[in-house]
Design a binder for this molecule. Sequence first.
Ligand code: ADP
Ligand code: MG
Length: 290
Amino acid sequence: MRDFRHLHSGKVRDLYESPDGLLLMVASDRISAYDVVLPTPIPDKGRVLTQLSLWWFERLADLVPNHVVSATDVPPEFAGRAIRCRRLEMVPVECVVRGYLTGSGLAEYATSGAVCGIRLPPGLVEGSRLEMPIFTPTTKAPIGQHDAPMTFDDVVDAVGWDTADELRTISIQVYHRGAELAARRGIIIADTKLEVGWAPDGTLVLADEVLTPDSSRFWPADTYEPGRRPQSFDKQYVRDWAARTGWDRTGPPPEIPDAVVEATRARYTEAYERLTGAPFASGRPAPATG
Ligand SMILES: Nc1ncnc2c1ncn2[C@@H]1O[C@H](COP(=O)(O)OP(=O)(O)O)[C@@H](O)[C@H]1O
Ligand SMILES: [Mg+2]
């Protein structure tokens, strides 16, 4: 680690720069809910996010270039949960796509009949499938603040029409590809969030993480039913637990009990295994055998 300079720590990832100008992006086991990092880590979460993102980057590479340079050329202490990647100038927009209505999208729809300026038909309920996936971007709020919905015009104001249009196209394409592959494994991708950056030549490049249980909502297709809150393989479980503790989302967050940690870990690894069809290689030491 001697040669790596620490640049930034987000809620989940730590970024370092190496002398060759590449980034080292390390995914920790930290988990956040409502934009606050919880005090208890989820073992193996950093590995799941890193390995699943790598799996998807490969499967999306014909649609959009990505920031990955190497998944193996990383300091041994971070093996499995770090990548070397290109340093990009990040576009100041979180590219959200929704194929189903839930969460903050549903809340916005309930008050205005629209999400990010896109008017939707009346009568939609929790979990309703949208006729077409919609691009519902948000701002990229600094740490400790909440992302706010943006209309397409807001994105145009922020980055210009060409980039806004390209962001929307890339996001919808990635969602379609992801949703189609996941459907074959019995998983509905209800929504997802992408981050994109500019390469020095102006190309838009897919960055950060992609189609993970932190950035997406994964629902088992076999129990899906509009109008009912689905059992999900993603962060929703922890959000729901955190809400039930009575935490006000601003004060110090509660410690996560062991059983909730284990159940969360199980959901993350199950998402990985279902989607990729491969067993998840844990970073935990194997249990001692007698
Ligand atoms: N290739 C890249 N170049 C520069 N910044 C990147 C790249 N990939 C991801 N990032 C940034 O690294 C940070 C990742 O840390 P994370 O913990 O996910 O942050 P956050 O708390 O904002 O979600 C984000 O700010 C993301 O925009
Ligand atoms: Mg992030």
